[in-house]
Structures are given as structure tokens and as C-alpha cells.
Design a protein around this ligand. Sequence first.
Ligand SMILES: C[S@@+](CC[C@H](N)C(=O)[O-])C[C@H]1O[C@@H](n2cnc3c(N)ncnc32)[C@H](O)[C@@H]1O
Length: 257
Amino acid sequence: MQVSDSSSRILAGLLEARTGQQLTMNRRWRIETALASLLRERGIATLDELITILVMGKEPGLSNQVVEALLNNETYFFRDRTPFDLLSRAALPKLMQRRQSSKRLRIWSAGCSTGQEVYSLAMLFADEPLKWQGWTIDILGTDVSGKAIAAADRCIAQYPKTYDCYFARAAIHVELEQYGTALPFIERAAELRPESGSARHLLGFALESLGREEDARMHYRAALKLGFHGAAQRLKRLEDPGSGLLPPTRSAAPPPG
Ligand SMILES: C[S@@+](CC[C@H](N)C(=O)[O-])C[C@H]1O[C@@H](n2cnc3c(N)ncnc32)[C@H](O)[C@@H]1O
């Protein structure tokens, strides 16, 4: 399919009018690829035909779909590492000083796509809980793309209730040596996926770190039965002190909140 100059100018103009995004001449090859599946879905044979329908204004929803398709929603966690480095090394220390009295920060991810940037920002703060204790930090994500926001909403609705989310939250608390806080998350993960050896192993580890060795042994044994071989070393150490893996470090960290 060929994109005529006039078609690409009209489509680039539509995108710029709706979003401010400019499709420079050397990136106009994207138009064809970006719109191919929309044309297929709508049974439209050529871009010129699409332009005719758009100009006639008979299908008001179509221009939104065209804009959606032309947007580039590429995102991933800590995308283009540099802005995050600058934020944590330069901007946040200054803001922290300036906002000492209010202890309040508001951050706007103004083209957040499906939300990875928002979560990456949240991770910057979650990584240093003591430093940000007592602060109120709001992170807002917005995007002109309804599809991207719908995907982000779906993830927020579904992910918090999944095994992976409970496991990840538990693992973060274990990493921070907050074993008591980790416990309900890892118990829920083990409940949601009873066949998961790694969940039972992590549960054993949290319990052992809390001094509940008998319970820990039971979960290490279960993890081993489920094929998580690392549990054998932990079990060995508990049953035969001085052998196996090193014991977990006991935390002196105060319980959160
Ligand atoms: C390449 S993605 C980058 C996403 C995220 N900022 C990141 O770096 O991971 C750009 C996002 O900006 C959105 N966008 C483009 N123009 C916009 C506008 N005028 N207002 C809000 N969002 C916009 C797009 O829909 C797209 O999801």
C-alpha cells in the first residue's frame, strides 16, 4: 500500500491537532504499518479511501481510532534510564530540601502509556522507605490514548489479586527484611498457587527469619516436595546446624507504619 503525500499530510495533521505529536517526513513510513490492521478490521482498501471517509465525517469514531493507531505507546520499566537517574540524583534531593515543611510531592507522568513509568517512579520511593517516611507522594498518570489507559486500568484491577503480585510484594518486603509484613502476602500467594515450590520456600524463609523454625521446616519440606531444590539446603541447616546455607539475617528494622 502506497501512502501519497497528501494522505500522509492529512493524517499527520490530524495526529498533531489531537495530540501535539509531529510525524516528521522521515517517520511517515510508520503510517502504513500503524494503520494496516485498522484498515483490515474496517474493510477499507486504501489510505486514500480512509481519508475520504474521514473527510466526509460520516464515521465520527473513526478519527479517534486513526489517532490511537498512530500513537506510539512504547513503554517499559525505567525506560531510557537517564531521566530516572537525573530524577533521583539531581531533582529529588533538591525537592526534598525545598518541601521539608510540607513533605509533599506530586509527580505527573503526562503520557504514561500503560503505566510502567508510573510504577517505575513509585519504585524509586519504595526502594528508600526510611528516607521517604512521613512524606505524601502522589503520582498521576494520564495519556491521550484510551486504549493505553484501559490496559493500565485492567492491570490495576487484575494484577493486585494475582499470585505474581502477592509474591512480588512479599519478595520486596523480604528484601527489606520486613518479614512480618511479608507474611500475609506470601501466605496468600501460596494459597493462590498451592503447587508453587518457590512460594512455599519464601514462606519458610520469612517464618525462619521470624524465629518460627518449626513452621519454617514444614514449608521447606513442602517446597522440596514441589520440586524447589534450594529448600533442601535450608532444611539441612535447620536440621543439622552448621551445615547448609547461611541462616537469614535477623532484622532490626522497626515494623512499618
Ligand atoms: C512513547 S510512549 C512513552 C510512555 C512513557 N512516558 C515511557 O517513557 O515509558 C508516549 C505516550 O505518550 C502519549 N501521548 C502522546 N501525545 C500525548 C498528549 N498530547 N497527551 C497525553 N499523552 C500523549 C501516547 O499515547 C503514548 O502512550
